[in-house]
Design a protein around this ligand. Structure first.
Ligand code: HEM
Length: 404
């Protein structure tokens, strides 16, 4: 976007194209380079011309407090239909609950929260452990692995399918659909994957309407919306779709980021091996530094932040990787320190805070426990060059590990 095409309320000196949102591969760890640089060089609010997928513009907030204030303000900001998922295939259901505003959002979360309570998720721990060890057993004696391909992509798919009550036999297709939906910059590829995922989910929903099963998906039919009416098929579909969107890529990404870190910082890997009781706090610190998501809100009316006018319909970021390194909140923010106990927003905040946060934590803790138990001190495979994908989800595209 050139200065000439900037909207008239955007001062040219506030407009930049940021390398962090370039959607490309970089060689240096972005959490240690690009993010600290953003804090050194940008003010609290910046108009970033490439912040939204498809190289669309939006406002970047770099401060923790400013972002939390926005997350708590559901009157001035909306999320309605913002992902354009169903619209991209010519349909018009909403992703439930992530694309919905109050008061409907409140009804949906009231129905859903009990199924994702810490107690309910703790009951899945044996399943998580079994899924993790099944995958680890396939490579542990080989003394090397392609971590993303052999572990971190597959593990969360198993878990979400188990959670919903869906069979595992289409894992290979899910892997392709998920990557195309979330990582492709080509809208046709993305829409084709959305269409296939939705067709599959509709089939499974119809099967359960015909013959109810004892599973999470069937139980969604009993959820009540605003006036006690039961959820319709579009709401059930919108929610299943949300679990695919929210529950797969994020966990894959976090595990890739965590294991890249442990391979690069052998002392910290050793610390967790010797003190597995530190894994719970370590996961929080990994979330703070490596939480990957930049989400958005849409301004519902004309607003002002730090004296800058925001027009209705404009996107404002919830840039969790950036905010989590707010230097006003932490000293040496890009350093991972397992004893920090620092606040972070990696799982969101306010009414849309991650529905799957307890599951996500258990998934990461269990993966760490089982991998550190099953394989000895690991390192980057000889000759393997680390690289990182920067964008709205920041991840490690490949991670080859080896051990003796
Ligand atoms: C480490 C892994 C995860 C991370 C970093 C993460 C991050 C987030 C973030 C930042 C949000 C808020 C987005 C916003 O405010 O616009 C969110 C919402 C959500 N997440 Fe997660 N998530 C993770 C795992 C999961 C899992 C495992 C599930 C379910 C299986 C899940 C389901 C959801 C849902 C349904 C929402 C929407 C909640 C709402 O709008 O009320 N997430 N997540």
């Amino acid at each position: 976007m050139s200065t000439a095409t900037l909207p008239s309320h955007v001062p040219p000196e506030l407009a930049v194209r940021l390398p962090y949102y370039a959607r490309e591969i970089v060689k240096d760890c972005p959490q240690e380079t690009l993010i600290p640089e953003m804090h050194r060089t940008l003010g609290p609010i910046t108009y970033v011309t490439n912040i939204f997928p498809g190289d669309k513009p939006g406002w970047l907030l770099t401060g923790y407090d400013d972002t939390m204030a926005m997350l708590r303000d559901a009157d001035n900001y909306t999320k309605n239909g913002m992902g354009q998922w169903s619209q991209s295939i010519g349909e018009n259901w909403l992703v439930v609950p992530t694309e919905v505003d109050p008061p409907m959002h409140t009804h949906y979360r009231k129905a859903l929260n009990p199924s994702f309570s810490p107690q309910k998720m703790a009951a899945m721990k044996d399943d998580l452990r079994r899924r993790a060890t099944d995958l680890i057993d396939k490579f542990k004696d080989r003394k090397e692995c392609d971590f993303i391909n052999e572990f971190s992509e597959r593990y969360p798919i198993y878990i979400v399918l188990d959670l919903l009550g869906l069979p595992q036999d289409r894992m290979a297709e899910f892997l392709i659909w998920e990557k195309d939906m979330l990582h492709s910059n080509d809208w046709e590829v993305r829409s084709a994957a959305v269409r296939q995922t939705v067709a599959y989910l509709k089939e499974e929903i119809a099967l359960r309407r015909a013959t109810p099963l004892d599973d999470y998906l069937t139980r969604l039919f009993d959820h009540e919306a605003e006036d006690g009416r039961k959820w319709n098929d579009e709401e059930v579909l919108g929610h299943c779709f949300n679990l695919f969107l929210g529950g797969l890529d994020t966990v894959t990404t976090m595990l890739g980021n965590i294991f890249m870190h442990l391979a690069r910082y052998p002392e910290q890997q050793r610390e967790l091996r010797e003190h597995p009781d530190r894994i719970v706090l370590a996961v929080e610190e990994f979330l703070r530094v490596y939480g990957p998501v930049t989400a958005f809100r849409i301004a519902a009316r004309e607003l002002e932040i730090h004296g800058q006018k925001i027009m209705p319909g404009e996107y404002v970021s919830v840039a969790t990787p950036v905010i989590n390194q707010d230097p006003k909140m932490h000293d040496s923010p890009s350093q991972v320190r397992f004893d920090r106990k620092a606040a972070h927003v990696a799982l969101g905040g306010g009414i849309h805070k991650c529905l799957g946060m307890h599951l996500a934590r258990f998934e990461m803790q269990t993966a760490l426990e089982e991998l550190l138990k099953a394989i000895p001190q690991f390192r980057l495979k000889d000759g393997f060059e680390p690289s990182y994908f920067v964008g709205n989800i920041t991840f490690v595209p490949k991670l080859e590990l080896q051990w003796d």
